[in-house]
Design a protein around this ligand. Structure first.
Ligand SMILES: C[S@@+](CC[C@H](N)C(=O)[O-])C[C@H]1O[C@@H](n2cnc3c(N)ncnc32)[C@H](O)[C@@H]1O
Length: 224
């Protein structure tokens, strides 16, 4: 199950590599699912086998997953869980529908514990994040908070990989070195001011990532 599935791009890759999989793509955004359906049909991924599609698109919130208890082997949520509020509801739901020993994997942006424990972190995380708090519109979770919620919900956290330098640095380097082309497109659609804010935000992101204030993590947990 892919929760917060966007345009189902990950599902297509998984299906390509593991043909036997049955994948449920869960997305709150109906328009995205509609587009996914077209993409999947075009790429011939929507093939009916028995009574169920190989890739099944479901318009639902992550906070109330329409599945029976202990029915799912693996739940993956990529670049989405920062939008699930409260995060604990998603984890609670995941626990219920996962089979025993089922796997939950979340890839999510976080704020590092070193900052969380600093004076500024305690007083106001938005202060230090500066302009990035305008463009990072989802929740700003501390890594410790997420792990705590998983543990509270009886998940065993088996691995936490920090991959911020492989996410923010290439993204900001790309923007900075291709700004001329990107700028034209953004100005055309959103105007000059938005591009200025975005550019400053991208530079701030690069800086915060290098100083290890923000990070990106892959958390792997098992229902035991
Ligand atoms: C940044 S996209 C990530 C897309 C995809 N996981 C990927 O890696 O290509 C975030 C996705 O989460 C979905 N989303 C946000 N809040 C949600 C919620 N509460 N329940 C289900 N999906 C949600 C959005 O509609 C969007 O498709």
């Amino acid at each position: 199950m892919d929760v917060g599935s966007g345009f189902s791009a990950p599902a297509m890759i998984w299906k390509e590599n593991y043909k036997h999989l049955k994948i449920f793509c869960i997305n709150l955004n109906y328009k995205q699912l509609f587009f996914s359906k077209k993409l999947l049909k075009y790429n011939k991924y929507l093939r009916c086998s028995y009574d169920i599609y190989d890739i099944c698109l479901i318009n639902s919130t992550s906070l109330n997953l329409p599945f029976i208890d202990q029915s799912i082997d693996v739940i993956i949520s990529l670049e989405s869980a920062q939008h699930f509020k409260p995060f604990s509801n998603f984890i609670d739901q995941s626990f219920n529908i996962l089979k025993n020993n089922g796997l939950l994997v979340i890839a999510v942006p976080v704020i590092n514990p070193s900052f969380a424990n600093s004076f500024l972190g305690k007083v106001n995380k938005l202060f230090k994040l500066g302009i990035i708090s305008l463009t990072w519109t989802s929740e700003h979770y501390f890594l410790d908070e997420l792990i705590e919620v998983l543990k509270d919900n009886r998940f065993n956290v088996v691995d936490v990989k920090k991959i911020g330098s492989s996410v923010y640095d290439p993204l900001s380097d790309y923007y900075i070195s291709h700004r001329k082309e990107i700028k034209k497109k953004i100005i055309k659609q959103y105007g000059f001011v938005i591009e200025q804010i975005l550019y400053r935000s991208i530079k701030k992101m690069n800086n915060l990532s290098k100083n290890k204030i923000i990070d990106y993590v892959i958390i792997k947990a098992i229902k035991e």
